[in-house]
Design a protein around this ligand. Structure first.
Ligand code: PLP
Length: 244
């Protein structure tokens, strides 16, 4: 169990590294939002981070997000200053619950079918849902996400969904402990963003969600506007529960 003081310290260190990476890359650190990934960690860990000034939190399982942040009896439901990001793949039958979580952003719209379902439930709830499109830039078989070609095929349909605000792209490169090996994947996501801006205008493609604990500095050098950092803030997860 990670101690309170550790979470605050870890957050301070991660924020410093974000600023450092941004400055090195000639970027304004304020362009980058730190999403603290609290999956598998108890609400108390999130409360500690809130006290330390953290506002954006990421969960990869819809049910866990619901029971921690959004259910009527959720421990964090009164904390309206906590902004929930859904970052994991969403199964069709979880789409209604995902919308009911009222996330500030869904990072992981990875196929047209789930986009349609989220749009429908958002319409029923009377809200516009901010979403990112997850892209599998590596072509790795086991990953979720649109292929770049598949995205080109579906992009008009995605942009036409009235209750979804597409606002950028997300990717998860194949894991490698060497962050430099993630760089080409981050650069490819950025190149795809530039293509989409040329084809469809800049309005919908502002965000690039990329970079995790071991590679967020490289991601920032390559243009990330959202980094999703879990382990470096909250400590290691129980491996049985941490499947991504
Ligand atoms: C768990 C998770 C993260 C955070 O990973 P860490 O290596 O713990 O920083 C980021 N993004 C997604 C989609 C995740 O599921």
């Amino acid at each position: 169990m990670t101690q309170i003081i550790e979470v605050a310290d870890n957050l301070a260190r991660v924020r410093e590294r974000i600023v450092g990476a941004a400055v090195d890359a000639g970027r304004d650190p304020h362009e980058i939002t730190l999403v603290a990934v609290s999956k598998t960690h108890p609400a108390a860990a999130v409360e500690t981070a809130l006290v330390a000034g953290q506002r954006d939190f990421g969960e990869n399982l819809v049910e866990e997000a619901w029971s921690k942040f959004a259910a009527p009896d959720a421990p964090l439901v009164e904390h309206s200053e906590a902004h929930l990001h859904l970052i994991g793949p969403i199964q069709s039958r979880k789409a209604a619950l995902a919308v009911a979580c009222r996330p500030v952003l869904i990072h992981s719209v990875d196929r047209l079918k789930i986009a349609h379902r989220l749009d429908r439930f958002a319409a029923e709830a009377g809200l516009a849902l901010d979403v990112l499109l997850e892209v599998n830039v590596s072509g790795e078989e086991s990953k979720f996400g649109f292929t770049p070609a598949g995205l080109q095929q579906d992009v008009e349909a995605l942009l036409g969904l009235p209750n979804l605000n597409v606002s950028g792209l997300m990717t998860i490169p194949p894991y490698d402990p060497d962050p430099e090996l993630a760089r080409p994947h981050f650069a490819a996501l950025r190149a795809l963003q530039e293509d989409l801006v040329r084809q469809h205008g800049a309005a919908r493609w502002r965000h690039l969600s990329m970079g995790m604990s071991h590679d967020f500095e490289v991601a920032i050098q390559e243009g990330a506007t959202l980094v999703r950092v879990g382990t470096a803030i909250f400590g290691t997860r129980d491996s049985a529960a941490s499947a991504t």
